[in-house]
Design a protein around this ligand. Structure first.
Ligand code: G6P
Ligand code: ZN
Length: 537
């Protein structure tokens, strides 16, 4: 029954920050997806009889690639594949399913917050048995295999029905179509006080951005928590996300922002991205940056049943503001600073060293799964609002009054020619040793380095994770190239300023001199030819 299909390698299948992401047209080349999936299976051991989870965010190509992946899995000896009905699984729900069903791993089909459709992006990510993204040693092995692959395996047979719950057989393997929402919703009920949230009588708007969280949010927010019908907007997953960019930031979730700043704003507003792992939090009249959200959630997590016993530690990615570190210090628990990419949190969570993690890129999560989790962040916020009876704005102000405020923004320069972006970074890296002591306007550079992470759990070292320029007094600018784009380069400039007492100022005004210093130190205009960032978040 097993057929061997001859193939030749593609040289561009190196997984990035979060799996292999390419244009749909790239994935549509002959053997392209097949080569990559087979390379994943060739790179991992113990497949015989094992369970594999497969699901995606419903974007264009999702169903086709799932059908192919099922047949390749059957030919490679898996015993059982779990697929979300309709081919759907949010990234956090996939992580939970892998853990709950003791799967060997999972294929998560998504390009996260990138647009979908025939001319847009697709992606394949492999997650390992802890439910988290494969660590670098696994993705390196997968990449190495893509460069030598000469065949992929499949079984005879046509497509199966992805829309009916139950079991079917493909080759010698069982395929189980599961409800994509049920297990995840049940997990959320163990972590949060649904009765208290229901009783609080809050109003909210949730923008699912025509992406995967629609069915999850409708079931949890409207059906289980009793929010009014219509609370979930854009709740049907569409293959092209309705032509929108499913990235929950102030640019792409602008309608929600307008609602929350308007006269009829509900108590709470939130959005999630293409695959459901990111979150945007906006209270009535108050946007909360992801870095602040992490700090505020950590400071108040004990109010939710799942975190009643306190936190073991808090982890954040390096470009994320240091607001969470201040919470950790006050709680007397460790704070960890990791490179960008959720996979670096997995080891800390597995080792029981951290409970809550977060990133400036709108990702927050905890040890309940091994991915960041958009709806989880929404529910923890709702639990905190219900338990305190306070508004988002009041929680933010109280937090800053206690800890001081880390003013923060990220400036993105998108679609920069790769050579120019690389030249900027190389130029900057070449001058790091000379920078300390340099005065720029009123700022003086104290230290400058290229972030390297020493993983405390396994001793592994990840270098060149972004250039950090620290100014005297605690202000900071970080430069890094995005690892998730599919065309050209995106330069990210992360700006941060700490104020102990001036907590009610305008972020743009507070960061203006750091923005100017960033250009002076890195020559952004000179290298990129851009005078303005494309996106400010
Ligand atoms: C993905 C990962 C995140 C990471 C982000 C960074 O979303 O899951 O963990 O923070 O990419 O993206 P970037 O484009 O900055 O490399
Ligand atoms: Zn995502």
């Amino acid at each position: 029954m097993i057929r061997t299909i001859e193939s030749t390698p593609y040289t561009d299948q190196k997984p990035g920050t979060s799996g292999l992401r390419k244009k749909v047209r790239v994935f549509q080349q002959p053997n392209y997806a097949e080569n990559f999936i087979q390379s994943v299976f060739d790179a991992i051991a113990d497949k015989d009889g094992a369970t594999l989870v497969i699901g995606g965010d419903g974007r264009f190509l999702n169903r086709e690639v799932i059908q192919v992946a099922i047949r390749i899995a059957a030919a490679n000896g898996f015993g059982r594949v779990l697929v979300g009905r309709g081919g759907l699984l949010s990234t956090p729900a996939a992580s939970h399913l892998i853990r709950k069903r003791s799967a060997l791993g999972g294929l998560v089909l998504s390009a996260s917050h990138n647009p979908g459709g025939p001319d847009e992006d697709f992606g394949i990510k492999y997650n390992v048995a802890n439910g988290g993204p494969a660590p670098e040693k696994v993705t390196d092995a997968i990449h190495a295999r893509t460069l030598t692959i000469d065949r992929w395996l499949t079984v005879e047979g046509g497509d199966i029905d992805l829309d009916t719950l139950g079991e079917v057989t493909v080759g010698d393997m069982t395929v189980e179509i599961v409800d994509p929402v049920a297990d995840y919703a049940a997990l959320m009920e163990t972590l949060f006080d649904f009765a208290a949230i229901r009783a609080a009588g809050l109003t909210m708007a949730f923008d699912a951005m025509s992406a995967i969280t629609g069915p999850y949010a409708t079931e949890i927010l409207e059906n289980r928590l009793g929010f009014a019908p219509g609370t979930v907007r854009n709740g049907t997953p569409l293959p092209d996300f309705g032509g929108h960019h499913p990235d929950p930031n102030l640019v792409h979730a602008h309608a929600l922002y307008e609602t929350m700043m308007g006269p009829d704003a509900p108590d709470f507003g939130a959005a999630s991205d293409g695959d459901g792992d990111r979150n945007l939090i906006i209270g009535r009249g108050r946007f909360v940056t992801p870095s602040d959200s992490l700090a505020m959630l950590a400071a108040n997590a004990h109010l939710a049943p799942g975190y009643r016993d306190g936190l073991k530690g808090i982890a954040r990615s390096m470009p994320t503001s240091a607001a969470a570190d201040r919470v950790a210090a006050k709680l007397g628990i460790p704070a960890f600073e990791t490179p960008t990419g959720w996979k670096f949190f997995g080891n800390l969570l597995d080792a029981g060293m951290a409970t809550i993690c977060g990133e400036e890129s709108a990702g927050t999560g905890s040890d309940h799964v091994r991915e960041k989790d958009g709806l989880w962040a929404v529910l923890l916020w709702l639990n905190i609002l219900a338990a305190t009876g306070k508004s988002v704005d009041a929680i933010a102000r109280d937090h800053w009054a206690t800890y001081g405020r880390n003013y923060y923004a990220r400036h993105d320069y998108e679609g920069v020619e790769s050579e120019r972006a690389d030249a900027l970074m190389a130029d900057l890296r070449g001058r790091l040793a000379m920078l300390p002591g340099t005065a720029i306007g009123d700022l003086t550079i104290e230290t400058a380095d290229d972030f390297a992470y020493h993983d405390p759990t396994d001793g592994s070292v990840s270098r060149n994770q972004g250039v950090r320029i620290l100014f005297a007094g605690g202000s900071r600018v970080v430069f890094r190239l995005s690892g998730t784009g599919t065309s050209g380069a995106t330069l990210r400039v992360y700006l941060e300023r700490y104020e102990a007492a001036r907590i009610d100022e305008d972020t743009g005004a507070m960061l203006a001199d750091i923005v100017a210093a960033a250009d002076e130190v890195a020559g952004i205009v000179r290298h990129t030819g851009r005078t303005e960032p494309d996106v400010v978040t």
